[in-house]
Every structure is written in structure tokens, then in C-alpha cells.
Write a protein that binds this ligand. Sequence first.
Ligand code: BT5
Length: 331
Amino acid sequence: MMGHSERSGRNLKETVLKALSAGDYVSGEWLSREMKVTRPAIWKHIRQLKDDGFIIEAQKGKGYRLKSIPDILFPDLIRQQINTRYLGQKIYHFLHTDSTNKQARNLASEGAPEGTLVVAEYQEKGKGRLSRLWESPSGQNLLFSLILRPNWLPQQAFYGTVLASVSLCRAIQEVAAIPVGIKWPNDIYCRDKKLAGILTEFTTETDLLEYMIIGIGVNCHWAPLEVPPGGQQATSILKEGGKKISRLQLLSRFLTHGEALYEKARIKGIGFLREEWDNLSLIKNRKVTIIAGRTSRTGVAQGIDELGGLIILFDDGRKETILTGDVHLRI
Ligand code: BT5
């Protein structure tokens, strides 16, 4: 978890921002008196806000005035936009953090309630699976994690990824009207390029899940150009749809679908989603290569089972369900 000084530093920056939000000039002297901190502390936070894209005008004798705000996912803005009961009702927003999944894990272990949303403009160590990195420059994309506390067994944890994939596809289609599909287990693709990734993590308590963290990165306005050897080409909503979208609207649509699907899945599992998943699946009925460690086998992907595992009819005629691993499409 963040140290105390970082936490109060962040609050101070948010307070400075709040004070400036009315749009009038605010003097540095008034700010330092109100916030009971030194003038240099105020300068520091003003400077940081400018670094984060806020345009702040300073005039001698008058003080500071906020001229424009960057496209930032402030909790107040998110709360205004969403109509969920609990997904995203408690929000932690970071301009910079290490990883929203890591922050969410810390919050969950400290007892944060179900539905807590952690959102960041920038992550220093955005996590992919298997210690891979998720890259994204500040403020361009959607980077967030949700804390869920379902009464599921560990083998049901993949439900989280299934729910998130379908909700995300629905939300992207509504907001950006571009074709999207799911590449099992955790990728969202658009026209054969990776558009978003999902990282579900969980801890168990006795034999049930204690909490589950669903981390999502969507390339809204930026995608990496370079991919590592063997890696997949990436793309963004901007590249595919030709225009910028509202990250806030995308997040809000995702949370609405996510809550509705989660409510159902808590009662009856994910069977009801199988048809939609199959329709969104990019690998159903396609030849895939399953790579596990150093061995690789080929077969035809048939769909998912009731736990979200991928059913494959291997070339040797055996039918198996794959629960984890890397699936490579053979094109
Ligand atoms: C994933 O991993 O696709 C899951 C990514 C989850 C990221 C979110 S962001 C918010 C939350 N907080 C976190 O710390 N994480 C989650 P994986 O299938 O392992 O893919 C990672 C691989 O994708 C990397 O090794 C790169 O090759 C590639 N990659 C990295 N950044 C990318 C990007 N922005 N777009 C497309 N591909 C990317």
C-alpha cells in the first residue's frame, strides 16, 4: 500500500485541483493557508498537475487559474456517469501507480468492498500474465481493476475473465462500433490485432475464493508499435475506428454490463453466456496450436465448457479441455 506521505501528497494534489475547479483565480497564499502547507508544497503540486496535462495559468497578484483539464477519469466524473449498484461505487484513482491490479490486491486484503474500482492514468509496472508487462502512456487508454468477492471455488475463477471479456466486447461495440472478438483465454482482438487484455488474479480462503481482481487494459488511443518476438500485433480503438472515444463512456458501459452479467453468474454460473461467447470467439472451429512449456500440439478449438475451459479436438482425435496456457492461432 502507499506510504502515508504519498497518500497525503495525493490528497493534497486533489484538493488543490478541487479548489481550482471553480475556474476563478485562487491565490497561492490562500491555498497554503487553507491546506495548512507551505507555499513550496503548493508550487510542487501545481507543477505536478501541469505535468499531468492540466493547463494552469499563473498571474502575479491574482494567483492560479485552471484553464483546461485533461481527459482524466476523476472519480467524481465516473460516479456521475454510472448507474450501477456496486461496481465502481467505491473508486480509487491514480494519476501514477505501479499497477492497478497490485493496488486492488492491497485494498482487497485490507477489506475493500466488492465492486471497488481502481483506475489509473499511468502504470509503471502494468502487469500482463506470466510477469509480462502491459504498456500504456499516461491518459491515453483505459487501465483499471475491479475487486469481486464471489462465493466461488478456485476452479470457477475463470468465470471472471469470461464475464469481463463479454462485457468489454459489448461495451466496445456500443461505444466505438468496431468489430471485436475474444481470443481465449484473455485477449480482445480487433481485425487480428490485440486491442485489450484481461488479467484475473485471486486468492483463496479455505476452499473458496477470498477475493478476485479483474484487471483490464484497453488500447483506446494508443497501441505499441513494436511487439516482442513471437508477440501479437497491437491496435487501438482510435486506429480501428478512426476517431477518439470517451474513455469514461466506455468504462461506464463496461460496468453496467459487468454488473448485470455478474449478478446472473453468481446464481447460475456462466452457462448462459456460452452462446454469446461462442459468437464472439475468434478461435471457435479454427486450427490452434497449444503451447505448454516446450511441447506444442495442434487441434481445432470447439468452444468453452461450463468452467470457461477451452475444448479442443486434437489432431490425434482426442478431445481435451485446456484450462490455462497460451493459445496461438495458426493462420
Ligand atoms: C494481458 O496479458 O493481456 C493482460 C493485460 C492486463 C493489463 C491490465 S492494465 C490494468 C490492470 N493492472 C495491471 O497491472 N494489469 C491490468 P498478456 O496476455 O500476458 O499480454 C501481455 C503482452 O501483451 C506483453 O508481453 C506485450 O507483448 C503485449 N502488450 C503490452 N502492452 C500492450 C498493449 N498496450 N497492447 C497490446 N499488447 C500489449
